[in-house]
Ligand binder design. Structure first.
Ligand SMILES: Cc1cc2nc3c(=O)[nH]c(=O)nc-3n(C[C@H](O)[C@H](O)[C@H](O)COP(=O)(O)OP(=O)(O)OC[C@H]3O[C@@H](n4cnc5c(N)ncnc54)[C@H](O)[C@@H]3O)c2cc1C
Length: 309
């Protein structure tokens, strides 16, 4: 069976790899590949953030969690590392649905909660360094026999293929006329300083994170809905730094080494379903918002299951 994947971000490449592993012949068509996709900007900490519907995203994120551990332990990918992180909350609440599927989840002791908060939890989860991971995905895809064509598509009819997987992210606004997909702008700062463990307040209205990689820590963030601006804004940077300093007072601004902006492909709910259009079958897999990396392998597996693989 032959299929075409539209999109070369983390969703398209992960899905392509799963389908190749399950015996399909796969061609990927994308306007942009790494390092020019949104996926390249992802921070990228495993955490189901800004994404619905919870009942499915909890399952997909758990599946990805297990796959990241496998890639780390069995395939030796050194650019995926397990890191401790503490999420601080204003009020006590029930543990998130996904907490049962990960090995380390605990509610913080009162003395561990920082000023201004009253509750929190600690988890250990994968941090994925996208500058290394995206090229690895691409080379894995090719080594399994996948082919890549770089061009922009205006309509699915431009593809001869009868079986298409749509992983076009924000591009789905145009190609499917889906106005439910909107950009949620994220600006980040890179600092060469390790906070030890990540510190988070991921309520959309505050959105603070410090995600430690091996070389830099990613500081965020912003979640500006409907904002298409790709330029770095100085006032956003000041806002991010002030927020991060509130959770990490030792942050030293003289260690800042870079910044970036990306537009999350946000949607009321992830669209992962099969659609029949004329003589074509399209499996949609887009709208992963702030959790495309977190959901990537779970969604790839779901696409394969929808295709009976
Ligand atoms: C600042 C920031 C921090 C983030 N942090 C995290 C995090 O910590 N954890 C996490 O899980 N996620 C995080 N995310 C979210 C994550 O980056 C996205 O959810 C994910 O990258 C979406 O991947 P995708 O493959 O669906 O889309 P994209 O990476 O946008 O890829 C879309 C692909 O489709 C192609 N395309 C679109 N339209 C067309 C067309 N008409 N013709 C041809 N090709 C087309 C594009 O060229 C591209 O190749 C973050 C995002 C940002 C911006």
């Amino acid at each position: 069976m032959f299929c075409t994947i539209l999109g070369g971000g983390v969703s398209g490449l992960s899905t392509g790899i799963r389908l190749l592993e399950r015996g399909l012949e796969v061609r990927l068509v994308a306007e942009k590949m790494s390092p020019e996709t949104v996926s390249d900007t992802a921070a990228a900490w495993w955490y189901p953030f800004l994404v619905e519907p919870l009942i499915k995203t909890n399952r997909w994120s758990s599946e990805s969690f297990r796959e990241f551990i496998r890639l780390m332990e069995q395939e030796g990918l050194e650019f995926i590392t397990m890191r401790m992180g503490r999420e601080y909350l204003k009020q006590p609440c029930r543990s998130p649905g996904w907490s049962e599927s990960i090995d380390h989840f605990r509610i913080l002791e009162e003395h561990e909660v920082v000023d201004g908060y009253s509750f929190g939890w600690e988890i250990e989860a994968p941090v994925i360094e996208m500058a290394h991971y995206m090229p690895w995905l691409k080379s894995r895809f090719k080594s399994l026999g996948g082919t890549i064509e770089t061009r922009k598509l205006s309509s699915f009819n431009e593809l001869e293929s009868e079986l298409i997987v749509n992983c076009s992210g924000l591009g789905a606004r145009e190609i499917c006329q889906d106005e439910e997909v909107v950009p949620v702008r994220g600006q980040v700062v890179y600092i060469r300083q390790d906070p030890g463990f990540g510190r988070y307040d991921q309520r959309p209205e505050s959105l603070i994170y410090t995600i430690p990689r091996r070389d830099v820590t990613v500081l965020g963030g912003t979640a500006q809905k409907g904002d298409w601006t790709m330029e770095i804004r100085e006032d956003d940077e000041e806002y991010i730094l002030k927020k991060c300093e509130s959770l990490w007072p030792e942050l030293d601004r003289s260690n800042i080494v870079g910044r970036a902006v990306g537009l999350r492909p946000s949607r009321t709910e992830v669209r992962l379903e099969k659609e029949h259009v004329g003589d074509k079958v399209i499996v949609h897999n887009y709208g992963h918002g702030g959790a495309g990396v977190t959901l990537s392998w779970g969604c790839a597996g779901e696409v394969a299951r929808l295709m009976g693989r």
